[in-house]
Structures are given as structure tokens and as C-alpha cells.
Design a protein around this ligand. Structure first.
Ligand SMILES: Cc1cc2nc3c(=O)[nH]c(=O)nc-3n(C[C@H](O)[C@H](O)[C@H](O)COP(=O)(O)OP(=O)(O)OC[C@H]3O[C@@H](n4cnc5c(N)ncnc54)[C@H](O)[C@@H]3O)c2cc1C
Length: 287
């Protein structure tokens, strides 16, 4: 399909993009990597009159560690995350999640900011964003604000970003001590998106779990925190039996999606199996 006609403007800076958004309001859409927006435009699900291209704003493309925090600019591509030496050392969860995402073409062009702003319930990044307790820095007409990961994914394809706002940065505390992380995904055989995706970041204190954070994608209308798993594991022994029992809580209180590929019960079962495997992998890496 061919999209409806639109004007294209390449923003020169973040301020320029904000002014253009304020000028064109609901008629405009930001264009990052285009790997979610352009397919939606071709299907005419999205019909913006103006595209504001933010891909040439260099200030939005970076990965750095500052004062114990890792900061990633919204326009950083999936490939840059996959291949970042800094992240491989300081937060291997993100490069691991990136290798699971789409194919090389998608990873070369698509951005972490575009994916998170799009809030696709089967996208890979949201699980890691929750597991890392990340903060999203949004900038808008009233200045900057920080949105916590637990509040960012509101519902199907809806994030907490307000009209006129641009996601500028994703930031989180660099894991400390003996930590282990893992992202495991059961991919849909046709689309490659997550039927279930589980991200785990935990710390070990001796044989016990110091902290544990688990994000889940693909299972329901939005990515969510598996609070039941976290509560079952925090302070508990990291032995196989305890880890396996904790994984059973992964969909506590969640209505799992049902579709042609996976019934609700099957998805819940997959989530338990993948949560157990992701936890076991993270525990083995933390030792
Ligand atoms: C063939 C194919 C396979 C894919 N497979 C996967 C997969 O397995 N897993 C997965 O997670 N994803 C997958 N994707 C999606 C891919 O990850 C996209 O790159 C990503 O979802 C969107 O990022 P983008 O930079 O392309 O954003 P765009 O498509 O440019 O934008 C997406 C939306 O976010 C808005 N937006 C973009 N940047 C910002 C910002 N900084 N602030 C506010 N709003 C913003 C745009 O206005 C638009 O509404 C796939 C895509 C394709 C085409």
C-alpha cells in the first residue's frame, strides 16, 4: 500500500523539533527509524500530514556512563546497543535483547526511543526497560520531566508521553556487585515479535538473592513487571527449587492475550517456562 501524502521536514535540533511539533500539533508525527511508523502509514493506520524527521539530531544518539548511571539517547539504534562495548560490560541485558530484535536491517535503522515511544505490546525493549527500573526523560513545551518505567507503558500502543513531547533519553543505575542478567524470547514464527519475552536483572549476595527485577513483554496489552516473581525471590536462596517456584508467579494478576497462535493458557505456560529459564540463566551468570 502507498501512504497518504505528507510533508517532510528534517529537524535541525531538539528545539527545532519541539517548535515544529508545537506548530503542526496533531497533524504531525515524529520520524525516528521509521520501522514502525512507515509500515503503519503504508497500511493507512497512521495518516500524518507532516513528518518531522529527528534522525539527524546528533545530540540524541549516544551511550554513556556518568556517575554510576547509564544514559542512552533516544535515537540510538538497536545495532549500536547490540555492539556497545560499554553495555556488554556494564549491562549485557541490553545487547542480548538487541540480538533478539528483528533482523539486521531493522536493527540498523530502528531506535530504542522509537520502539519505546511506540509501546508495541510485543516489542522487545519494554521488558528490559522495566527490569532495569529505567527512567525515561521526556522534553516538551513545559520543559523536561522524568517518567519511571512502571508508569511509561500505559496500554496497547500508548505510552505516558504527552502530545508535543519528545523522548530524549533512557537512563538507569548501572548494576553493581555480583549481578546476572538475561533476556529470553519465544518469537512468533511469522513476525519474529515476542509471543513471550522475559528480561531479568538480579544481584546475588552469597547464595541469596539481593535484588531481583523482572520485565515481561508479549503476554498482555502492555509490558509489565512480574512483581510476584520479584517478591518470591528477593532475599531467598538462589537454588533451583526456589527459582523454579518463583517463576510460577510470572503472570500473577495478569490477563494473558489469546490469538490465533497462542491461547491465554498457552501464553501463561510459556511465560512460566521462559521466566524459569531466564532466572536460571541470570543466576548462573551472577555467580
Ligand atoms: C520487519 C520488522 C521486524 C521487526 N521485528 C521486531 C522485533 O522482533 N522486536 C521488536 O521489538 N521490534 C521489531 N520491529 C520494530 C522495530 O524495532 C522498530 O524499529 C521500532 O519499533 C520503532 O523504532 P523506530 O526508530 O523505527 O521508530 P519510528 O517507526 O520512526 O517511530 C515509531 C513511533 O514512535 C514515535 N517516536 C519515535 N521516536 C520518538 C521520540 N524520540 N519521542 C517520541 N516519539 C517518538 C513516532 O512518532 C512513531 O509514532 C520490527 C520492525 C520491522 C519492520
Amino acid at each position: 500500500m502507498i501512504p497518504t501524502s505528507f510533508d517532510y521536514i528534517s529537524a535541525k535540533s531538539l528545539d527545532d523539533a519541539l517548535s515544529l511539533l508545537a506548530k503542526h500539533k496533531d497533524d504531525a508525527k515524529l520520524l525516528a527509524g521509521g520501522h514502525s511508523l512507515l509500515p503503519a502509514m503504508k497500511l493507512r493506520i497512521a495518516q500524518p500530514k507532516v513528518l518531522i524527521d529527528i534522525s539527524r539530531i546528533k545530540d540524541l544518539n549516544y551511550i554513556r556512563e556518568e556517575g554510576g548511571q547509564i544514559r542512552i539517547g533516544a535515537m540510538t539504534t538497536h545495532f549500536q546497543i547490540e555492539t556497545s562495548e560499554l553495555l556488554r560490560r556494564a549491562c549485557p541485558l541490553l545487547p542480548e535483547a538487541a540480538t533478539n530484535l528483528g533482523d539486521m536491517q531493522v536493527r540498523n535503522k530502528g531506535t530504542i526511543g522509537g520502539s519505546i515511544a511506540h509501546a508495541d505490546p510485543a516489542a522487545d525493549w519494554p521488558a528490559s526497560i522495566i527490569a532495569l527500573n529505567a527512567e525515561m526523560v521526556a522534553v516538551g513545551p513545559k520543559g523536561e520531566r522524568v517518567i519511571k518505567s512502571d508508569e511509561f507503558f500505559v496500554e496497547l500502543f500508548t505510552s505516558a508521553l504527552q502530545p508535543g513531547e519528545i523522548l530524549r533519553e533512557i537512563r538507569f543505575a548501572a548494576p553493581k556487585g555480583k549481578f546476572g542478567q538475561a533476556y529470553l524470547k519465544f518469537r512468533h514464527p511469522a513476525s519474529g515479535f515476542a509471543v513471550v519475552g522475559i528480561a531479568v536483572s538480579l544481584t546475588a549476595e552469597g547464595s541469596k538473592c539481593g535484588s531481583c527485577s523482572v520485565g515481561v513483554t508479549g503476554v498482555s496489552g502492555k509490558a509489565f513487571r512480574a512483581g510476584g516473581v520479584e517478591r518470591a525471590l528477593k532475599g531467598a536462596s538462589l537454588d533451583d527449587k526456589t527459582v523454579s517456584a518463583a517463576a510460577d508467579h510470572v503472570t500473577d494478576g495478569v490477563d494473558a492475550n489469546a490469538d490465533l497462535f497462542a491461547s491465554s493458557d498457552y501464553r501463561k505456560h510459556l511465560a512460566q517456562v521462559y521466566a524459569r529459564r531466564a532466572l536460571e540463566t541470570a543466576v548462573s551468570r551472577a555467580k
